[in-house]
Each structure stands twice: as structure tokens, then as C-alpha cells.
Design a binder for this molecule. Structure first.
Ligand SMILES: NC(=O)c1ccc[n+]([C@@H]2O[C@H](COP(=O)([O-])OP(=O)(O)OC[C@H]3O[C@@H](n4cnc5c(N)ncnc54)[C@H](OP(=O)(O)O)[C@@H]3O)[C@@H](O)[C@H]2O)c1
Length: 265
């Protein structure tokens, strides 16, 4: 549903991969007609593409101009650049500052962006461009929730440490694609054309993802059983992976990553 009451003035400082994806999502999403985006300099190619494509995206001459033109400032530079980028900027008390940077939760960023009092961390993923995927928000800030409504599935968290846990879980993305690529490769090696192989595997995984949305959170083991006949093909593959510890490796890696990230906060 469109929010017709408010015009959102959004600034993006750091228009790289995710800054550009967020801008595209906002300006093609359900609130697009009510959003103006001020884009920081640097990353000139992406900024030029966005301001050419969207009338409401404006390339600014400085990061301070971005802040001055915005009510919601999205900080989307790499974690190691957040300090040098934010320290010289003059924020306003009523501004909302949104950190996209890993390792920069609201409590860490807040002292850098005073007098702005409303600070949060948002973790979108690249599929936000397609208005899809989870968008972690911590803490809940009402205007940010309204701004990103329809750009993906907002997951609002109470605890800062939970953001780290879910960020680690997102490290499964390339494994997901590697698994699909390996299956497509095997199918084509058996003589099926690449287009049919890709289409089949993609639709299989899309269908499974849809099924997942309908499964209660306390029945994930049940759904594994529901998708394998005792002694059947699915059971064979899953048990072989289980026996070699493949699923445990995933859990161990996520655990390791989370401990490392917590040590650096
Ligand atoms: N990629 C993801 O999927 C993802 C998801 C969630 C969160 N994040 C977080 O988002 C942040 C950005 O990640 P990314 O993958 O988008 O990195 P990226 O592609 O390297 O983008 C960072 C951008 O910041 C720009 N930049 C650097 N210094 C700047 C300055 N002083 N003023 C203005 N812009 C400056 C860079 O410009 P130049 O190209 O000119 O150097 C670059 O375009 C990271 O903190 C990351 O933790 C990323």
C-alpha cells in the first residue's frame, strides 16, 4: 500500500554495490513516488547511472550536501571507512541515521552522528533490488519501516547481537548458488541442454523456497522427512551428505564466524 502522507528525503553516503541496490529498490518500490534520493560523490559510474535512470535521484557534490538534503541518511560505505566518512559530517537532531556497515550497530555509530538521536542498523541483501529477501532492522525505527515497506521482508530485532547472528546466516548465499551450479553442471553432463537444466533447477529451488514460507518454524525436521521416501533418492543424497558431516561443517563455520565477529565488537 502506498504511503501518501509523507515525502521521504533519503541520502545515501557510499553508492557501491549495496548503496545502489537499496536506491534502486526504493525508487522502484511501492513508495517510489514519495521518495527523493541524494547520492554521495565517488562511485561515479553507479551514481551517474542512477541519476540518469531516476528523476528523483540527485548526485551531490559532497557528503555534507547529502546529509543536508536528507531526513534519513543511509551510511553504506565499507566498515573501515565509516569513521573517516562520518566524523566530519554535521548531522541534525531530527535526522534518522541508518548504518548498513557490518560491525557498525546503532550503539557504535550513534556517538559519531550526534546530535542525531535516531540511529539504527539495516542489513539488506543484494536481492533487495528485486524487492525480495530479508532486511534486518535493529532497533525498530518507524520511518525506516515505512520507507522500506515492500522492498523485501523486514525482520526487526530487539538485540544488537542478533544482527550478527543473522548476518552470519547470510553467508550461506554463495553456497546456495554453488549447489545449484553443481547440479546444473551434472545435469548437462548427462546430455540435457544448459537452458533446460538451468530452468529445471531454478524452478525446483523457487518451488522449495515457496514451500518453506508455508512451513511452521517448529516443523523443519518434519519437512525434511516429508520430502524423502524411506530408501528413496532424496534420502540417499541427504544421508550421504549427513554422513560426511556436510551440514555440521556449515554450522561450525557459522559458529566460528559469529564468535570472531562478536570479538570485534
Ligand atoms: N554488499 C552487500 O551485499 C552488503 C549487504 C549488507 C550490508 N553491506 C555493507 O554495506 C557497506 C558497503 O558494501 P558494498 O558491498 O556496497 O561495498 P562497495 O561496493 O565497496 O561500496 C562502498 C562505496 O563507498 C564509496 N566510498 C568510499 N569512501 C567514500 C567516501 N569518503 N565518501 C563517499 N563514498 C565513499 C566507494 O566509492 P569508490 O568506489 O569510489 O571507492 C564505494 O562506492 C559495507 O559496510 C557492508 O558491510 C553490504
Amino acid at each position: 500500500m502506498k504511503d501518501t502522507h509523507v515525502r521521504f528525503r533519503v541520502g545515501v553516503v557510499g553508492v557501491g554495490v549495496i548503496g545502489a541496490a537499496v536506491t534502486e529498490s526504493l525508487l522502484t518500490g511501492p513508495q517510489a513516488d514519495a521518495i527523493d534520493v541524494a547520492l554521495s560523490p565517488r562511485s561515479t559510474e553507479l551514481t551517474a547511472q542512477l541519476s540518469e535512470r531516476f528523476e528523483t535521484a540527485h548526485a551531490c557534490a559532497s557528503n555534507q550536501e547529502v546529509v543536508d538534503r536528507s531526513d534519513v541518511v543511509i551510511v553504506a560505505v565499507r566498515p573501515e571507512h565509516v569513521l573517516e566518512v562520518c566524523r566530519p559530517l554535521a548531522f541534525r537532531e531530527e535526522q534518522v541515521v541508518v548504518s548498513l556497515a557490518a560491525g557498525w550497530p546503532a550503539s557504535t555509530l550513534a556517538p559519531l552522528v550526534t546530535p542525531a538521536v535516531s540511529v539504527c542498523q539495516l542489513i539488506p541483501l543484494p536481492m533487495i533490488r528485486l524487492h525480495s529477501g530479508p532486511i534486518v532492522l535493529q532497533p525498530r525505527v518507524e520511518v525506516v519501516e515505512r520507507l522500506f515497506r515492500g522492498c523485501g521482508r523486514l525482520v526487526a530485532l530487539e538485540e544488537e547481537s542478533d544482527v550478527i547472528t543473522l548476518s552470519c546466516a547470510s553467508a550461506s548465499m554463495s553456497t546456495f548458488f554453488a549447489l545449484q551450479a553443481r547440479i546444473v553442471e551434472w545435469v548437462t553432463s548427462q546430455g540435457v541442454g544448459i537452458d533446460s537444466a538451468k530452468e529445471y533447477v531454478q524452478e525446483l529451488f523457487v518451488g522449495l523456497a515457496h514451500e518453506m514460507t508455508a512451513i511452521p518454524a517448529d516443523d523443519l525436521a518434519g519437512v525434511v522427512r516429508a520430502h524423502e521416501t524411506p530408501g528413496g533418492l532424496n534420502e540417499q543424497v541427504r544421508e550421504a551428505l549427513d554422513a560426511m558431516g556436510a551440514f555440521d561443517v556449515v554450522a561450525r563455520q557459522l559458529d566460528l564466524m559469529r564468535r570472531e565477529r562478536l570479538q570485534h565488537t
